[in-house]
Design a binder for this molecule. Structure first.
Ligand code: NAP
Length: 500
């Protein structure tokens, strides 16, 4: 099969009138189309309940692309590939019509029987849709069939297993593409390259030279309209179980013997198997939870989480998590991986700070400023880049050391916007490359880690909630987590690429 065959497919988007489809999927598909990464032989069927004609649906595609992209020369041509099927996914009778439409488009566009089913819908529908796709013959195809599935993949290990069993009746593991959009981010993908393409880092990438690693993903937004979902999820399930643990796995994994899906996933799985389980009373020592109260951000007064729509006024749901992850293997024994993530924080930022150990003897200790440790900072978003913090001689007659920064800003070099995570992930899926999607083993191990924490948190009401003001970097307990080990959170704003 050549490259173009791989990019020929019928894409069925379930939830095609929803937020994700409009904001991310349609503009990303358009970018691929514009770059000729999507062959002319493709068609999309949008599925949702509301009645729409093909023309109305195509207009909504144009609107969504136009609101996301400035130059859209080929929009008419692109939109003409889109078709709409009004269908309630819980209604068994409707799948036959969907199948007919799919077969007809398959012939018309010569799609070789290749199908991608993208489930951009509430998770309770994932299992039933997969079962119907199989029982109603939509997966009986002559080409490839792939299932792309959005987060959350289950609510805990038990429900994830159940969902996985349902999906696996229709799709084999290598046909399932579980989206973790962090894995599509340019700088998350760069973690591997920084580590494995530089002679200077890999020899130091272990417990002999690294004192701790800090991964922060902070948002300024609150829970917004997603109160109903978030009340059941909280930050642990929404962010830690997937994105945060995935970043830790990429930072900690052994060099794969080859850069292919199987080898990379297998190294990540080994990290997750080495993750020290934290349970019972230990959780208070390793994890801190928080919930935002009222506060101000950019001179705007903000409500507390408990005042948000669809949120219980005495909610025990955490909107912030900080934790210390220990990876009990030869490379990482003794090195804490601190993670923190939360809503309504001071700044929107995802960053990784690798703090190297202090040098054995500090010749410059007597100078007015103590030597700073070397840091390697990977800026994931909103800015993208790498900063290496070193010490160098302060210019002048003395021999004082002063901190300096070597900086690489992604945008600065290419002058191009890096592709959206969804653009890259859709492209990967079209080509059948599942490296940047999560394997079931990773999902299961992550849930079994976080389930132990939620078991304790759900059964003990945190009387201190709300325990951090909106517009701050989280509760005091998150700072104490590091202080007890003699560390502190490197302030993310001072580490910005632009501040270098
Ligand atoms: P959304 O805006 O609520 O859209 C839901 C879609 O499902 C709509 O198109 C809705 O259309 C359709 N739908 C609902 N019930 C249906 C039924 N019984 N039969 C057929 N269609 C039905 O949700 P979303 O924000 O796009 O999120 C979709 C998925 O992506 C979720 O799993 C979410 O967790 C995940 N996700 C979203 C984002 C994001 O930025 N939005 C980010 C990461 C992950 P009708 O009302 O017309 O049926």
């Amino acid at each position: 099969m050549n490259q173009n065959d791989n990019q020929t497919a019928l894409i069925m988007i379930f939830g095609a009138t929803g937020d994700l489809a409009k904001r991310k999927l349609f503009p990303s598909l358009y970018r691929l189309f514009e770059k000729n990464k999507l062959s002319d032989k493709f068609a999309v069927i949008g599925v949702a309940r509301r009645p729409l004609t093909n023309e109305e649906f195509q207009q909504s595609i144009k609107d969504s692309v136009e609101s996301a992209i400035e130059k859209e020369d080929r929009i008419e041509e692109f939109a003409s590939h889109f078709y709409y099927h009004s269908h309630d996914v819980t209604d068994s009778d409707s799948y036959a019509a969907l199948k007919n439409m799919a077969n007809e488009l398959d012939n018309r566009y010569e799609l070789n029987g290749n199908r991608i089913f993208y489930l951009a819908m509430a998770p309770e529908f994932f299992g039933p849709i997969a079962l119907h796709l199989k029982s109603d013959g939509l997966t009986d195809v002559t080409g490839f069939k792939r299932l792309v599935i959005e987060k959350p993949f289950g609510h805990d290990l038990e429900s994830a297993k159940e969902l996985n069993n349902q999906i696996r009746t229709a799709f084999s593991e290598d046909e399932v593409y579980r989206i973790d959009h962090y894995l599509g981010k340019e700088m998350v993908q760069n973690i591997e390259v920084i580590r494995f393409a530089n002679a200077i880092f890999e020899p130091l990438w272990n417990n002999r030279f690294i004192s701790n690693i800090q991964v922060t993903s902070s948002e300024t937004l609150g829970v917004e309209e997603r109160g109903r979902y978030y009340e059941k999820s909280g930050a642990l399930r929404d962010m830690v179980q997937n994105h945060m643990i995935q970043m830790v796995a990429l930072l900690a994994m052994e060099p794969p013997i080859r850069l292919n899906t199987e080898e990379i996933r297998s190294e990540k799985v080994k990290v997750l198997r080495a993750l020290r389980p934290i349970e019972g009373e230990e959780i208070h020592k390793y994890f801190a939870r928080g919930q935002y109260g009222e506060g101000t951000l950019n001179n705007q007064s903000l409500p507390a989480y408990r005042q948000e729509t669809m949120v219980d006024p005495s909610s025990n749901t955490e909107t912030f998590v900080a934790g210390k992850l220990m990876i009990d293997n030869f490379r990482w024994a003794g090195v804490p991986f601190y993670i923190r993530t939360g809503k309504r924080m001071e700044t929107k930022s995802t960053k990784i700070v690798i703090q190297f150990k202090d040098i054995p003897m500090n010749l410059y200790y007597q100078t007015e400023q103590q030597l700073k440790p070397n840091l390697l900072v990977i800026h994931i978003q909103p800015e993208e880049g790498i900063t290496l913090h070193l010490n160098a001689k302060r210019a002048g007659t003395g021999m004082e050391a002063t901190p300096i920064k070597l900086n690489y800003a992604n945008k600065g070099i290419d002058g191009l916007n890096t592709p959206e995570a969804y653009e890259k992930l859709l492209y990967d899926c079209m080509r059948g490359d599942a490296t940047n999607f999560t394997h079931w083993d990773e999902v299961a191990l992550s849930w079994s880690f976080t389930d132990k924490i939620s078991a304790v948190w759900e059964n003990t009401k945190d009387e201190s909630f709300p325990n951090y003001a909106s517009g701050t970097m989280g509760p005091k307990a998150a700072d104490e987590l590091l202080e007890q080990d003699g560390f502190f959170w490197w302030p993310v704003t001072n580490l910005d690429v632009d501040n270098c």
